[in-house]
Design a protein around this ligand. Structure first.
Ligand SMILES: *[C@@H]1O[C@H](CO)[C@@H](O)[C@H](O)[C@H]1NC(C)=O
Length: 290
């Protein structure tokens, strides 16, 4: 009997919802005055997210449904171009794929948003890391989750101008990224490698302190966990490039397009609403059976 089968399927689906993990939505927002090309790298052994690379015009945003227990990184590529042969490349955050979509991670320096969803204790762990350097301001803001430190974290500051000379990446005369000291000098003291591969032996440096002072809630070196890892349960996440409008460039853009409502995926509140409706329908049908 098809109705019974359908009812059982729907009832099991709802039981899974009750017991199971929340699946999150990422909203990725570009408040920069320039185009950002987000890149996505899913961790080994987790479900992959698609697309792995796309363009976001100034003022534009997009929503991506994220599989339960996803882990991986999201970053922003800047100053990207396609050459006459169709090869796509970016001055910062390039993923080495020569295409709009990424098949690998960001080539440093790049600001990274890192996630482990439904990790230990069912909690989401997230951070913004400057351990591999910095290329643009980026914040993660949880929406609707719970937890003692379920708050916004990241780096709102624009460091490309203030970056120490020896770490600065320039395009002409303009700073476009800021290397980590590890990347710039390869010194085990800065990289927390070799004899310095423990929290007790690897200490902040004047370079990591430059990043930490500007961005107190972002990772500034490998063992910066205590002030840089944030946790939530049951949250969705907004990932914003250039969360604070730059003082030098006006942030509003009349050409801005919000494509967040054009996605075919339901938002999580619509999803939960649908699940409740579904359950009521199932209970309504089951009343004949028991
Ligand atoms: C958030 O909570 C976790 C788990 O208690 C802790 O390890 C981490 O240091 C906290 N992070 C911050 C920024 O306080």
């Amino acid at each position: 009997m098809a109705t019974l089968q359908l009812s059982i399927t729907l009832a099991m689906f709802f039981l899974q919802l009750l017991s199971g993990a929340h699946s999150s939505t990422f909203s990725i927002v570009n408040k920069c005055s320039y185009t950002v090309w987000p890149g996505v790298l899913s961790g080994a052994g987790t479900p992959q997210i698609s697309p792995t690379g796309f363009a976001l015009q100034p003022g534009q945003s997009t929503s991506i449904p994220v599989p339960t227990s996803w882990s991986g990184r999201i970053w922003g590529r800047t100053l990207c171009t396609e050459d006459s042969s169709g090869k796509f490349s970016c001055l910062t955050g390039d993923c080495g794929s020569s295409t709009l979509e990424c098949s690998g991670g960001a080539i440093p320096p790049a600001t990274l948003a890192e996630f482990t969803l439904n990790g230990a204790g069912g909690m989401d762990f997230f951070d913004v890391s400057l351990v591999d350097g910095y290329n643009l301001p980026m914040m993660i803001s949880p929406q609707g989750g719970t937890g003692a430190n379920c708050t916004s974290a990241g780096c709102a500051a624009d460091l490309n101008g203030d970056c120490p000379m020896e770490l600065k990446v320039v395009d002409g005369s303009e700073g476009v990224a800021c290397k980590s000291a590890c990347d710039a000098f390869g010194d085990p003291q800065y990289c927390c490698s070799g004899a310095y591969a423990t929290p007790n032996t690897c200490k902040p440096s004047t370079y990591s302190q430059f990043f930490k002072t500007a961005c107190p809630t972002a990772y500034s070196y490998a063992y910066d966990d205590g002030t840089s890892t944030f946790t939530c349960a049951g949250a969705d996440y907004v990932i914003t490039f250039c969360p604070s409008p730059s003082t030098s460039v006006k942030s509003s853009n009349p050409m801005a397009v919000d494509i967040s409502s054009t996605g075919s995926q339901p938002t999580s509140s619509a999803f939960i609403g649908g699940a409740i409706t579904t359950t009521l329908a199932v209970l309504w049908q089951l009343r004949h059976l028991f």
